[in-house]
Design a protein around this ligand. Sequence first.
Ligand SMILES: Nc1ncnc2c1ncn2[C@@H]1O[C@H](COP(=O)(O)OP(=O)(O)OP(=O)(O)O)[C@@H](O)[C@H]1O
Ligand SMILES: [Mg+2]
Length: 247
Amino acid sequence: MTEQINYTTNPNVDWTTPMLDLHGVNKKYLEGTDAEVHAVRNADFKVYKGEMVALMGPSGSGKTTLLNLIGGLTPATSGSIQINDIEVTDLNEEERTKLRRNSIGYIFQHFNLLEFLTAEQNVMLPLLTQGYSDAQAKRRTTMMLRELGLGGRLEHFPSELSGGQEQRVAIGRSLITNPAIILGDEPTGDLDRSAEEGVLNMFRRINKEKKQTLLLVTHSEWIGSKCDRIIRIENGEIVQTGLEVTS
Ligand SMILES: Nc1ncnc2c1ncn2[C@@H]1O[C@H](COP(=O)(O)OP(=O)(O)OP(=O)(O)O)[C@@H](O)[C@H]1O
Ligand SMILES: [Mg+2]
């Protein structure tokens, strides 16, 4: 597939700096068995610094797998995955954890909140891990949760929150450290349109103000239309990068 960088309407994009660079990435689950699933096939694409990109495709097409490969949560069967020039596939477990902690905001499809921590504590945790004082972390967290419409839910545990509220806590946790890249797995899947719009505006604002790069898995064509471009995956194969030559 010939790629031409022709997208210029988002002035925040630095087209000289790929934040994500995938080359010939394959993922096979249960490799070599009769039940082998070739979940990602020869994926080859870039996401540039400051882009806000949607990743779309049918259920089971490999979106979560692709995000897990990029975040170093699942090992690739073959291929190269670079984040900001760091080869993820070369890193050991500890280095991958460090990369995630320092550079990646990960919003999981199923939230993965810590059940024994309150909303506030869940969001604060990444800051405390980075060495912020309790008071500093609390201040930032309160602001973030207020902005997400959860100012009245700071002391609630995940089991006391609705699905959409849990999702917003997960979003807060991923954004609180201002990571260079945000990987969102259906980050607005459990939200109604008004909450979805609020989160989308927040994503756009951090993209604009802090030049953060976002890759957002979504089933919503509406969200897709609000992103800079749409990468489409079908049956494990990238069928559209949104940067194809159109002439
Ligand atoms: N741990 C696993 N072991 C074996 N097969 C898996 C595993 N995880 C995912 N798969 C398979 O890999 C394929 C891609 O799954 P994936 O979760 O990446 O899809 P998805 O695009 O995120 O779907 P959805 O939109 O439903 O979340 C599916 O066929 C799935 O059954
Ligand atoms: Mg998924």
